[in-house]
Design a protein around this ligand. Structure first.
Ligand code: SAM
Length: 306
Protein backbone atom coordinates (compact mmCIF):
# COMPACT_ATOMS: atom_id res chain seq x y z
CA UNK A 1 0.00 0.00 0.00
CA UNK A 2 2.30 2.78 -1.21
CA UNK A 3 1.89 6.05 0.70
CA UNK A 4 1.46 7.94 -2.57
CA UNK A 5 -1.76 6.02 -3.20
CA UNK A 6 -2.95 5.31 0.33
CA UNK A 7 -2.12 8.62 2.01
CA UNK A 8 -4.10 10.59 4.61
CA UNK A 9 -6.84 11.46 2.08
CA UNK A 10 -7.52 7.87 1.12
CA UNK A 11 -11.07 6.78 1.93
CA UNK A 12 -10.68 3.43 3.67
CA UNK A 13 -13.66 1.08 3.86
CA UNK A 14 -16.19 1.90 6.58
CA UNK A 15 -16.02 -0.76 9.30
CA UNK A 16 -19.48 -2.18 8.50
CA UNK A 17 -18.27 -3.03 4.98
CA UNK A 18 -15.52 -5.27 6.35
CA UNK A 19 -16.40 -8.87 7.23
CA UNK A 20 -16.56 -9.62 10.95
CA UNK A 21 -14.38 -12.42 12.33
CA UNK A 22 -17.50 -14.55 12.71
CA UNK A 23 -18.40 -14.01 9.04
CA UNK A 24 -14.88 -14.90 7.93
CA UNK A 25 -14.92 -18.03 10.08
CA UNK A 26 -18.31 -19.06 8.67
CA UNK A 27 -16.99 -18.69 5.13
CA UNK A 28 -13.79 -20.52 6.05
CA UNK A 29 -15.87 -23.44 7.36
CA UNK A 30 -17.81 -23.51 4.08
CA UNK A 31 -14.57 -23.49 2.05
CA UNK A 32 -13.16 -26.29 4.20
CA UNK A 33 -16.35 -28.23 3.52
CA UNK A 34 -15.51 -27.89 -0.18
CA UNK A 35 -12.02 -29.32 0.31
CA UNK A 36 -9.82 -26.42 1.39
CA UNK A 37 -7.17 -27.56 3.90
CA UNK A 38 -4.90 -24.55 4.30
CA UNK A 39 -5.83 -21.05 5.44
CA UNK A 40 -3.53 -18.03 5.10
CA UNK A 41 -4.16 -14.59 6.58
CA UNK A 42 -2.50 -11.95 4.45
CA UNK A 43 -3.32 -8.58 3.02
CA UNK A 44 -2.71 -5.62 3.29
CA UNK A 45 -1.09 -6.12 6.64
CA UNK A 46 -3.09 -8.64 8.66
CA UNK A 47 -1.66 -7.65 12.05
CA UNK A 48 -3.17 -4.15 11.85
CA UNK A 49 -6.59 -5.76 12.26
CA UNK A 50 -7.32 -5.41 15.97
CA UNK A 51 -7.42 -8.65 18.00
CA UNK A 52 -6.53 -10.78 14.97
CA UNK A 53 -5.71 -13.64 17.32
CA UNK A 54 -9.47 -13.95 17.96
CA UNK A 55 -9.94 -14.79 14.27
CA UNK A 56 -7.08 -17.29 14.42
CA UNK A 57 -8.77 -18.99 17.36
CA UNK A 58 -12.07 -19.23 15.43
CA UNK A 59 -10.29 -20.69 12.38
CA UNK A 60 -8.32 -23.15 14.50
CA UNK A 61 -11.59 -24.68 15.73
CA UNK A 62 -12.71 -25.67 12.23
CA UNK A 63 -12.54 -29.43 11.67
CA UNK A 64 -10.49 -30.35 8.62
CA UNK A 65 -8.09 -27.40 8.65
CA UNK A 66 -4.63 -28.87 8.19
CA UNK A 67 -2.64 -25.63 8.18
CA UNK A 68 -3.17 -22.04 9.34
CA UNK A 69 -0.55 -19.45 8.55
CA UNK A 70 -0.09 -15.72 8.17
CA UNK A 71 2.09 -13.43 6.07
CA UNK A 72 3.20 -10.21 7.74
CA UNK A 73 5.61 -7.33 7.31
CA UNK A 74 6.71 -8.07 10.88
CA UNK A 75 6.23 -4.58 12.29
CA UNK A 76 3.75 -5.70 14.94
CA UNK A 77 4.94 -9.28 15.26
CA UNK A 78 7.01 -8.85 18.42
CA UNK A 79 3.84 -7.77 20.23
CA UNK A 80 1.57 -10.37 18.65
CA UNK A 81 3.56 -13.60 18.18
CA UNK A 82 2.74 -15.18 21.54
CA UNK A 83 -0.99 -14.44 21.35
CA UNK A 84 -1.16 -15.73 17.77
CA UNK A 85 0.59 -18.99 18.69
CA UNK A 86 -1.66 -19.47 21.72
CA UNK A 87 -4.69 -18.92 19.50
CA UNK A 88 -3.61 -21.78 17.23
CA UNK A 89 -1.40 -20.27 14.55
CA UNK A 90 1.12 -22.94 13.56
CA UNK A 91 3.67 -21.14 11.42
CA UNK A 92 4.35 -17.75 9.87
CA UNK A 93 5.85 -16.02 6.85
CA UNK A 94 7.65 -12.70 7.35
CA UNK A 95 8.50 -10.32 4.50
CA UNK A 96 12.00 -8.89 4.56
CA UNK A 97 13.68 -7.60 1.41
CA UNK A 98 17.14 -6.71 2.73
CA UNK A 99 19.29 -6.71 5.86
CA UNK A 100 20.32 -3.17 4.92
CA UNK A 101 18.09 -0.49 6.44
CA UNK A 102 18.34 2.00 3.59
CA UNK A 103 17.59 -0.64 0.94
CA UNK A 104 14.76 -2.08 3.03
CA UNK A 105 13.13 1.29 3.50
CA UNK A 106 13.49 2.36 -0.10
CA UNK A 107 11.79 -0.81 -1.23
CA UNK A 108 8.96 -0.81 1.24
CA UNK A 109 8.02 2.79 1.92
CA UNK A 110 7.71 1.94 5.63
CA UNK A 111 8.72 3.83 8.73
CA UNK A 112 10.23 0.96 10.74
CA UNK A 113 13.75 -0.47 10.54
CA UNK A 114 15.02 -3.97 9.73
CA UNK A 115 15.72 -4.42 13.47
CA UNK A 116 12.00 -4.26 14.19
CA UNK A 117 11.33 -7.10 11.72
CA UNK A 118 14.17 -9.17 13.23
CA UNK A 119 12.67 -8.65 16.71
CA UNK A 120 9.35 -9.92 15.35
CA UNK A 121 11.03 -12.98 13.84
CA UNK A 122 12.74 -13.73 17.15
CA UNK A 123 9.43 -13.41 19.00
CA UNK A 124 7.81 -15.80 16.50
CA UNK A 125 10.58 -18.31 17.09
CA UNK A 126 10.29 -17.96 20.87
CA UNK A 127 6.52 -18.50 20.57
CA UNK A 128 7.15 -21.82 18.78
CA UNK A 129 5.88 -20.82 15.33
CA UNK A 130 7.63 -23.15 12.88
CA UNK A 131 8.80 -23.29 10.24
CA UNK A 132 9.36 -19.56 9.84
CA UNK A 133 9.60 -18.52 6.21
CA UNK A 134 11.16 -15.25 5.12
CA UNK A 135 9.95 -13.73 1.83
CA UNK A 136 12.41 -11.54 -0.05
CA UNK A 137 11.10 -9.89 -3.23
CA UNK A 138 14.07 -9.21 -5.50
CA UNK A 139 13.93 -6.06 -7.61
CA UNK A 140 16.62 -5.26 -10.16
CA UNK A 141 18.78 -2.30 -9.19
CA UNK A 142 17.24 -2.04 -5.72
CA UNK A 143 18.04 -5.07 -3.60
CA UNK A 144 19.80 -7.64 -5.78
CA UNK A 145 22.98 -6.86 -3.84
CA UNK A 146 21.18 -8.01 -0.69
CA UNK A 147 20.67 -11.59 -1.94
CA UNK A 148 23.88 -13.06 -0.50
CA UNK A 149 23.61 -11.10 2.77
CA UNK A 150 20.10 -12.42 3.32
CA UNK A 151 21.23 -15.97 2.54
CA UNK A 152 24.13 -15.59 4.97
CA UNK A 153 21.87 -14.28 7.75
CA UNK A 154 19.25 -17.03 7.50
CA UNK A 155 21.50 -20.02 6.71
CA UNK A 156 21.73 -22.45 9.58
CA UNK A 157 18.81 -20.91 11.48
CA UNK A 158 16.15 -23.45 10.48
CA UNK A 159 14.23 -20.63 8.79
CA UNK A 160 13.46 -20.90 5.08
CA UNK A 161 14.40 -17.88 2.98
CA UNK A 162 12.31 -17.58 -0.19
CA UNK A 163 13.34 -15.34 -3.04
CA UNK A 164 10.43 -13.98 -5.11
CA UNK A 165 10.59 -12.49 -8.58
CA UNK A 166 9.19 -8.95 -8.58
CA UNK A 167 5.63 -9.03 -9.96
CA UNK A 168 3.24 -6.42 -11.33
CA UNK A 169 0.85 -6.76 -8.40
CA UNK A 170 -2.34 -4.79 -8.96
CA UNK A 171 -0.77 -2.76 -11.79
CA UNK A 172 0.08 -0.13 -9.17
CA UNK A 173 3.82 -0.54 -8.96
CA UNK A 174 4.94 0.64 -12.43
CA UNK A 175 6.24 -2.83 -13.18
CA UNK A 176 8.60 -3.45 -16.11
CA UNK A 177 10.26 -6.70 -17.14
CA UNK A 178 13.58 -4.93 -16.61
CA UNK A 179 12.82 -4.82 -12.86
CA UNK A 180 12.74 -8.60 -12.62
CA UNK A 181 15.79 -10.55 -11.53
CA UNK A 182 15.03 -13.99 -12.99
CA UNK A 183 14.89 -16.88 -10.54
CA UNK A 184 17.72 -18.69 -12.32
CA UNK A 185 19.99 -15.69 -11.77
CA UNK A 186 19.06 -15.54 -8.09
CA UNK A 187 19.91 -19.25 -7.69
CA UNK A 188 23.22 -18.73 -9.47
CA UNK A 189 24.06 -15.77 -7.22
CA UNK A 190 23.49 -17.79 -4.05
CA UNK A 191 25.09 -20.92 -5.49
CA UNK A 192 28.29 -19.04 -6.33
CA UNK A 193 28.86 -18.34 -2.63
CA UNK A 194 26.95 -21.11 -0.91
CA UNK A 195 26.67 -24.18 -3.20
CA UNK A 196 23.12 -25.48 -3.63
CA UNK A 197 21.36 -28.59 -4.87
CA UNK A 198 17.69 -28.98 -5.84
CA UNK A 199 15.20 -30.71 -3.54
CA UNK A 200 11.94 -32.42 -4.61
CA UNK A 201 8.74 -30.44 -4.05
CA UNK A 202 6.83 -31.16 -0.83
CA UNK A 203 3.60 -31.50 -2.82
CA UNK A 204 2.25 -31.00 -6.33
CA UNK A 205 1.68 -27.33 -7.07
CA UNK A 206 4.11 -26.08 -4.41
CA UNK A 207 4.75 -22.44 -5.27
CA UNK A 208 8.43 -22.33 -4.31
CA UNK A 209 11.11 -24.47 -5.94
CA UNK A 210 13.30 -25.84 -3.18
CA UNK A 211 17.10 -25.94 -2.98
CA UNK A 212 19.29 -26.99 -0.08
CA UNK A 213 22.74 -25.84 0.89
CA UNK A 214 25.23 -28.60 0.11
CA UNK A 215 26.92 -27.99 3.47
CA UNK A 216 23.71 -28.86 5.36
CA UNK A 217 22.85 -25.31 6.44
CA UNK A 218 19.19 -25.71 5.48
CA UNK A 219 17.12 -24.82 2.45
CA UNK A 220 15.88 -21.89 0.39
CA UNK A 221 12.92 -21.47 -1.94
CA UNK A 222 12.62 -19.62 -5.24
CA UNK A 223 9.29 -18.31 -6.50
CA UNK A 224 9.55 -17.71 -10.23
CA UNK A 225 6.11 -16.28 -10.83
CA UNK A 226 7.25 -14.21 -13.81
CA UNK A 227 9.76 -16.36 -15.69
CA UNK A 228 8.05 -19.67 -14.92
CA UNK A 229 4.44 -18.91 -14.00
CA UNK A 230 2.49 -21.64 -12.26
CA UNK A 231 -1.13 -20.65 -13.01
CA UNK A 232 -2.08 -24.18 -14.05
CA UNK A 233 -1.09 -25.59 -10.66
CA UNK A 234 -2.65 -22.76 -8.66
CA UNK A 235 -5.29 -23.89 -6.17
CA UNK A 236 -5.71 -20.63 -4.24
CA UNK A 237 -9.00 -18.93 -3.58
CA UNK A 238 -8.73 -15.41 -2.14
CA UNK A 239 -11.27 -13.72 0.09
CA UNK A 240 -11.00 -9.94 0.44
CA UNK A 241 -11.68 -8.01 3.64
CA UNK A 242 -15.05 -6.91 2.27
CA UNK A 243 -16.10 -10.43 1.40
CA UNK A 244 -15.37 -10.84 -2.31
CA UNK A 245 -14.01 -14.08 -3.65
CA UNK A 246 -11.18 -13.77 -6.18
CA UNK A 247 -9.91 -16.74 -8.15
CA UNK A 248 -6.58 -15.07 -9.04
CA UNK A 249 -4.11 -12.71 -7.35
CA UNK A 250 -4.46 -10.45 -10.39
CA UNK A 251 -8.23 -10.66 -10.82
CA UNK A 252 -9.90 -7.27 -11.08
CA UNK A 253 -13.38 -8.70 -10.58
CA UNK A 254 -14.43 -10.42 -7.35
CA UNK A 255 -17.56 -12.40 -6.56
CA UNK A 256 -19.60 -10.92 -3.73
CA UNK A 257 -20.17 -13.36 -0.87
CA UNK A 258 -20.99 -10.71 1.73
CA UNK A 259 -24.46 -10.11 0.28
CA UNK A 260 -25.17 -13.83 0.64
CA UNK A 261 -23.76 -13.92 4.18
CA UNK A 262 -25.82 -10.96 5.26
CA UNK A 263 -28.89 -12.04 3.32
CA UNK A 264 -30.77 -15.18 4.19
CA UNK A 265 -28.58 -17.67 2.31
CA UNK A 266 -27.79 -20.80 4.30
CA UNK A 267 -24.38 -22.47 4.23
CA UNK A 268 -25.41 -24.88 1.47
CA UNK A 269 -26.44 -22.00 -0.81
CA UNK A 270 -23.16 -20.18 -0.18
CA UNK A 271 -21.20 -23.37 -0.82
CA UNK A 272 -23.05 -23.81 -4.10
CA UNK A 273 -22.17 -20.26 -5.15
CA UNK A 274 -18.49 -20.76 -4.28
CA UNK A 275 -18.40 -24.05 -6.17
CA UNK A 276 -20.03 -22.53 -9.22
CA UNK A 277 -17.45 -19.71 -9.31
CA UNK A 278 -14.58 -22.14 -8.76
CA UNK A 279 -15.65 -24.66 -11.38
CA UNK A 280 -15.54 -22.17 -14.24
CA UNK A 281 -12.37 -20.31 -13.26
CA UNK A 282 -9.90 -20.02 -16.09
CA UNK A 283 -7.44 -17.42 -14.80
CA UNK A 284 -3.96 -17.57 -16.22
CA UNK A 285 -2.85 -13.98 -15.91
CA UNK A 286 0.83 -14.70 -15.27
CA UNK A 287 1.10 -17.22 -18.09
CA UNK A 288 -0.43 -14.74 -20.52
CA UNK A 289 1.74 -11.90 -19.24
CA UNK A 290 4.83 -14.01 -19.75
CA UNK A 291 3.85 -14.96 -23.28
CA UNK A 292 2.96 -11.36 -24.16
CA UNK A 293 5.86 -9.53 -22.49
CA UNK A 294 8.80 -9.18 -24.84
CA UNK A 295 12.10 -9.95 -23.21
CA UNK A 296 10.80 -12.47 -20.66
CA UNK A 297 13.75 -14.78 -20.19
CA UNK A 298 12.85 -18.41 -20.77
CA UNK A 299 15.26 -19.96 -18.34
CA UNK A 300 15.92 -23.47 -17.24
CA UNK A 301 16.78 -23.91 -13.60
CA UNK A 302 18.14 -27.42 -13.93
CA UNK A 303 21.72 -26.26 -14.35
CA UNK A 304 22.40 -26.63 -10.64
CA UNK A 305 22.99 -30.09 -9.32
CA UNK A 306 21.65 -31.72 -12.53
C1 SAM B 1 1.53 -8.36 -0.39
S1 SAM B 1 2.24 -8.98 1.10
C2 SAM B 1 0.91 -8.91 2.24
C3 SAM B 1 1.21 -9.32 3.65
C4 SAM B 1 2.04 -8.40 4.48
N1 SAM B 1 1.63 -7.03 4.47
C5 SAM B 1 3.51 -8.49 4.16
O1 SAM B 1 4.14 -7.47 3.91
O2 SAM B 1 4.03 -9.60 4.23
C6 SAM B 1 2.41 -10.68 0.78
C7 SAM B 1 3.71 -11.08 0.13
O3 SAM B 1 3.75 -10.58 -1.19
C8 SAM B 1 5.07 -10.22 -1.49
N2 SAM B 1 5.06 -9.15 -2.50
C9 SAM B 1 4.69 -7.87 -2.32
N3 SAM B 1 4.85 -7.17 -3.46
C10 SAM B 1 5.34 -8.03 -4.38
C11 SAM B 1 5.72 -7.92 -5.75
N4 SAM B 1 5.62 -6.77 -6.41
N5 SAM B 1 6.18 -9.02 -6.39
C12 SAM B 1 6.28 -10.19 -5.73
N6 SAM B 1 5.93 -10.37 -4.45
C13 SAM B 1 5.46 -9.30 -3.78
C14 SAM B 1 5.63 -9.72 -0.17
O4 SAM B 1 7.00 -9.92 -0.08
C15 SAM B 1 4.90 -10.55 0.83
O5 SAM B 1 5.71 -11.58 1.32
Amino acid sequence: MPKALFGPDFQFLPHREVLTFEEIARLARIFVGLGVEKLRLTGGEPLVRRDLERLVALLAQIDGVRDITLTTNGSLLAKKAQALAQAGLRRITVSLDSMDDAVFRSMNDVDFPVGKVLEGIEAARAAGLAPIKINMVVKRGLNEDSIVGMARHFRGTGMILRFIEFMDVGNTNGWRMDDVVPAAEIVQTVNAVYPLEPVDPNYRGEVARRYRYRDGAGEIGIISSVTQPFCRNCTRARLSAEGSLYTCLFATHGHDLKALLRGDADDAAIAQRVASVWQVRNDRYSELRTSLTPGTPKVEMSHIGG
